[in-house]
Design a protein around this ligand. Structure first.
Ligand code: SAM
Length: 282
């Protein structure tokens, strides 16, 4: 767990400041403002990402999934994962996970008051431990479809680690489950300005190909991996302004084995037929 130190800027509290929250200290506000000078759309990208998260959770809940594991959940904000999920399915269950003790204590006092919502301390870099947590396994039944959320957190790990983290979660969920991912991205020069100025943690700028690999083995829901303001937003930009492209993300579904096997059989049949028709033409 990250130690609590109000004199040093902190990931969750800087993000909270950009989202318009009040759970931050002077050191966080100072860094958040400095980042706005380096990258003026920083606060906007945080809000756009939150909106993406809302649409993605709403989509997955509407697909009939009622269990969510929100990893790197962040400080409670205006609209949280369980608010969105429960607007579709009032019985939806949510486990918030974070490695910041302040996030966990705020989540426990503000969010986890209602049955079916818990906050679990955990580090995404040890996903097996998160999945084995006694509180989490009591709430989330991994034998049933579930949705794992990794929103705005995988850029705190280098690409190989981020891929491994996503792969462990993808393996742990059953067919019919979903994975929601969004990651900070951007051009190399823009990215370097941002990462060198941001002192709350080390940030890794992942390429689109690397981000696509985080979904390996799963079926991407259309429109695939795109700048988050464009994911099923029907072009609605925040405050009517042009969207930024600093965060990209997507939603993927774990396919049922039978469908996967049927698809593989169809592909084999198609290639056999085209081979036979080539041979008969020769
Ligand atoms: C940028 S905030 C994103 C919050 C929220 N997911 C969202 O999309 O608005 C990143 C969050 O991830 C948490 N975090 C960073 N590294 C983590 C790790 N290794 N394991 C778990 N949580 C982590 C931070 O404490 C912070 O709350």
């Amino acid at each position: 767990m990250e130690p609590f130190d109000p004199t040093r800027p902190n990931i969750a509290r800087v993000w909270d400041y950009w989202l318009g929250g009040k759970d931050n200290f002077a050191a966080d506000r100072e860094l958040a403002e400095k980042m706005l000078a380096v990258h003026p759309v920083s606060a906007r990208m945080a809000r756009e990402n939150r909106q993406f998260l809302g649409r993605a959770v709403g989509y997955v809940a509407a697909c009939g999934v009622g269990q969510f594991i929100d990893v790197g959940a962040g400080l409670p904000t205006a609209v949280n994962t369980h608010d969105i999920a429960r607007s579709v399915d009032p019985k939806a269950r949510v486990a918030y996970v974070d490695n910041d003790p302040i996030v966990i204590s705020h989540a426990r006092s503000l969010l986890a008051k209602s049955p079916g919502v818990i906050a679990v301390p955990g580090d995404m870099r040890t996903p097996e431990r998160i999945l084995a947590d006694a509180g989490l396994t009591e709430l989330i039944d991994l034998a049933e479809p579930a949705c794992v959320i990794l929103s705005a957190v995988l850029h705190f790990a280098e690409a190989g680690t981020a891929r491994d983290v996503a792969a462990v979660f993808a393996r742990a969920i059953v067919p019919g489950s979903y994975l929601i991912i969004s990651v900070g991205s951007g051009s190399p020069s823009e990215g370097e300005n941002f990462t060198s100025a941001y002192t709350a943690a080390r940030i890794y700028i992942h390429s689109r190909e690397e981000i696509l690999s985080f979904f390996d083995g799963l079926d991407l829901v259309p429109p695939g991996v795109v700048p988050v303001p464009l994911w099923r937003s029907e072009g609605a930009a925040l405050d009517g302004q042009a969207p930024t492209a600093t965060f990209i993300g997507g939603v993927a579904r774990k396919q049922r084995k039978q469908r996967k096997q049927r698809k593989q059989r169809q592909q084999r049949q198609q290639s056999r037929q085209s081979r036979q028709s080539r041979q008969s033409r020769q």
